[in-house]
Design a protein around this ligand. Structure first.
Ligand code: GL2
Length: 811
């Protein structure tokens, strides 16, 4: 910095509107190359983004200097997914530059809000797992952990969803079509990554891997500013580049396509995010993606360590690596390989070092979602790693036998011709964590039962959390303003301070203002909802939202069946004073997930029928705005009154949407699943609508041989709804359309929709009644906000730092 004569501003936020305006003008001309009269919205957005980024760079350097000077332990968060969303408004808020940015842009005749909305979402993730990684990045900077996120810079993020005659259609997403102003390309930070080939003998424990194919991983760094810009970490995403751009000889022969082949093959690796978060793809390209970013990250980590330290045995004191799910589980074998083959360590010493650094977060117990790679495929793509996996497995078997628990099929890494990545990650990790108290207990009792008996100290819980910056301060200006007046803004960095609201729940004047903030959010949402889904949202209507990925276990179908039954009830008893509702569905289905896509079509068909029916006008409407993403969540969550968290108990590991909605004053209707349990424990039984079977009851019902027919027979309204779907009431053009759904409900009902239907219906009617006592409802909503401080991702990150990483926090 000094060499180029830059002065370091003492405070990142200390910039006047006039100064910022000048900087924006300069960037417009000199970075974008456009004058003010010709500038389009995107040009202004880029110019402002560069001007804001300028404010982050120096604190970024300073953070690095502080970490180096103190030789702090570093935390590396390896994740296939970072579901970031937009960055401009978030950066502006973190730097405390909101009024300066607004004023600067107004002075230039540009609407700041329009600029913010012009930014494409960085959708490098599918759902909760990827969004959690993004919240954790934010919190690591907020609490001052020396953290660095590693992932893949996909050219195309999660697909864009549209509806064609109510069916989900997918289109490629292209967030990089315009320049991405937040990143810095680092061509010098690059590593060759090999695939395939063979392994020859090396010295000692070492093997010599001769890959058949090599691609280059090139780093792109995005600074991640924490609250008030006090600390700035890095997100480093890897992009795949060819070792040779071009085969000149092929080109000279006139083989133009062949000449470009190496580039095309290499770049395929970081081309697109796999759009499925429920069934792992047993595909070679997916495995290559996983190895590609993991290997580049591990090499980068070792290089950084070795620049300052000589003794590799100290690695666990200076490095904590968190594996976000099993996707980067090849980190264990890769680290061991580098230590043995390239640094000459003995296998056992290398294993102990690796296990001292690695930690693994499990995010699902669904058997079909646990990654397993055919050993044949792993051996073909990563021959050296398969050998190391076999050695790890042999060592694990010896340890098990020594502990008097011979590793049987259930706890071995290799079995049935497959490599079980969850077991590999467990065996190679110092700590393994679940993401809610219930999930962690179920991990110990079920999927990891055998391994838990062997290593009873290894599995720990860290309940998920969400960042209050984006998910309250950023997305909910009316509530933020009210909180500022009532309790100040200390809660933004210390969310437990929301507890100061508890006494205000009994203050009628405060409640009125709280309700007014919710109403303001609904008024803000209404024109958008009208445009997106043709729905009229009156502020007095109960806004009921289910926003999340489409998966059978999340039971959007249960919500839909209740919608159909409610529609029937309203038509049958028009004289009743029904509580008016708008039901909003939002979410994407994996492109290959036929049942989920059929459920989407059913929702759209029911929506059309209900919304067109004059008999329920103003009482019941169904909205399904397409292309749910982070930005849409930011619109919907502040306006929502009711949060649907209705998964089959025992199947949703945690949920994080449940936390965001409660934090914004929506009441939850939910099962005792994932973090719903902890939300109930905090907000109190009387401020949440719990229903349905517990995880234990679900297991028992299934063990006893659950048959849905009896549940359908016992509930005339469920029977009627199912029959209407079966008979084509919502699909007169194709009465058989939903046959697969009906057959599944009547025959198998794997997710116990029918078993929980009546309890859910009853709870929904209790909700109708509760909505009518608006003072009591608002009181509950205030108490939800007041008692959800614990669900901050700052709390979660402090927990990881203390109990898993053994790393310091600065603030
Ligand atoms: C998930 C779980 O399903 C979800 O319950 C949890 O909140 C998140 C984050 O821990 O992880 N697991 C998973 O594979 N996805 C999730 O959202 N996609």
């Amino acid at each position: 910095m000094d060499e180029v004569g830059l002065t370091v501003p003492p405070d990142a936020g200390a910039v006047s509107a006039a100064e910022l305006r000048e900087r924006v003008g300069q960037h417009l001309v000199f970075s974008i190359g456009r004058g003010a009269t010709a500038a389009r919205l995107a040009d202004w957005r880029l110019a402002l983004s560069y001007a804001i980024r300028d404010r982050i760079v120096v604190p970024w350097f300073q953070t690095a200097e502080r970490i180096n000077a103190a030789d702090r332990k570093r935390v590396y968060y390896l994740s296939m997914e970072f579901l970031i969303g937009r960055l401009l408004d978030d950066a502006v808020a973190n730097l405390g530059l909101e009024s300066a940015a607004r004023e600067a842009m107004a002075g230039l005749g540009v609407d700041y809000d329009a600029l913010v909305r012009d930014e494409p979402d960085a959708a490098l993730g599918n759902g909760g797992l990827g969004r959690l990684a993004a919240c954790f990045l934010d919190s690591m900077s907020a609490v001052g952990v020396a953290g660095l996120g590693y992932g893949i810079r996909y050219d195309h993020g999660l697909f864009r969803q549209s509806f064609e005659a109510g069916w989900q259609a997918e289109e490629a997403e292209d967030w990089l079509a315009q320049p991405h102003p937040w990143e810095f390309e680092r061509p010098e930070a690059s590593f060759p990554i090999g695939f395939g080939g063979s392994v020859g003998p090396g010295a000692g424990d070492a093997g010599a891997w001769h890959p058949a194919e090599t691609v280059i991983a090139v780093a792109y760094d995005t600074p991640v500013p924490g609250w008030q810009g006090r600390w700035v970490n890095t997100l480093r995403l890897w992009s795949a580049k060819p070792t040779r751009e071009f085969e000149l000889q092929a080109f000279n022969r006139g083989d133009f396509l062949g000449a470009a082949t190496p580039a095309v093959l290499a770049e395929t690796i970081s081309r697109v995010l796999y759009p499925d978060d429920s069934t792992p793809q047993g595909r070679e390209l997916r495995l290559k993606q996983e190895y590609f970013f993991t290997a580049a990250s591990i090499r980068d980590i070792l290089q950084r360590f070795e620049r300052r330290h000589g003794d590799l045995a100290a690695l666990p004191d200076k490095v904590a690596i968190q594996l976000n799910d099993t996707h980067p589980a090849i980190a264990g074998p890769e680290l061991i390989r580098l230590l043995v083959d390239e640094r000459g360590l003995a296998f056992d010493a290398a294993f102990d070092i690796a296990r001292g650094c690695l930690h693994y977060t499990n995010h699902t117990l669904l058997p079909e979602a646990l990654e397993r790679w055919p050993a044949e495929l792993l051996g073909r793509v990563l021959p050296c790693h398969l050998e190391i996996v076999e050695r790890i497995d042999a060592r694990h078997a010896r340890e098990s036998a020594a502990a008097g628990r011979p590793s049987d099929d259930g706890t071995a890494i290799l079995g049935d011709g497959e490599v079980r990545m969850g077991t590999l990650a467990f065996v190679a990790a110092r700590r393994v964590n679940g993401v809610s108290a219930l999930h962690t207990r179920l991990m110990q009792e079920t999927v990891f039962g055998g391994l838990h008996a062997l290593h009873p100290e290894r599995i720990v819980n860290q309940t998920n959390g969400v960042t209050p910056r984006r998910w309250l301060h950023g997305c909910n200006p009316p509530l933020r303003a009210l909180l500022q007046e009532a309790i100040g803004d200390g809660w933004v960095a210390d969310l437990d301070r929301l507890e100061a609201l508890v006494p205000l729940a009994d203050d009628a004047a405060f409640r009125e203002r709280f309700a007014a903030a919710k109403r303001a959010n609904k008024v803000r949402l209404a024109p958008w909802l009208a445009e997106q889904a043709g729905i009229e949202l009156a502020p007095e209507t109960l806004l009921d939202v289910q926003i999340k990925r489409f998966h059978e276990y999340k039971r959007q179908l249960l919500n839909l069946l209740e919608t159909v039954a409610l529609w029937n009830a309203m038509r049958q008893a028009p004289e009743v004073d029904w509580t008016p509702r708008v039901k909003v569905f939002g979410g994407k289905a994996a492109p290959g997930y036929r049942m989920a896509k059929l459920i989407i079509k059913l929702i759209n068909d029911v929506a059309r029928t209900v919304n067109d029916d004059p008999a329920v006008r103003g009482r019941l409407q169904v909205a399904f705005p397409p292309n749910y993403n982070v930005s849409m969540a930011e619109r919907l969550i502040p306006a929502a009154d009711l949060s649907e968290q209705i998964s089959t108990a025992g199947l949703e590991a945690s949920g994080t949407g449940n936390m965001k909605l409660a934090l914004n004053g929506a009441l939850t209707v939910g099962t005792l699943d994932g973090a719903n349990v902890e939300i109930r424990d905090r907000v109190g039984e009387e401020n949440i609508f719990i229903f349905g079977l517990t995880a234990e009851e679900v297991a028992r019902r299934r063990a006893e041989g659950y048959a849905p027919a009896a549940c359908i027979a016992a509930s005339p309204r469920l029977a009627e709804a199912v029959e209407q779907i079966a008979s084509g009431r919502f699909s007169p053009d194709e009465p058989e359309r939903f046959r697969a759904i009906v057959e599944d409900l009547r025959g198998h009902d794997r997710f116990l929709v029918c078993a929980d239907f009546e309890a859910y219906w009853q709870r929904q009617r209790a909700i109708d009644a509760a909505w009518r006592d608006r003072a009591a409802w608002t009181r509950s909503a205030v108490l939800n906000v007041a008692r959800c401080g614990w669900f901050s991702s700052d709390r979660a990150i402090r927990g990881y730092a203390k109990e898993i990483w053994n790393a310091e926090t600065e603030f």
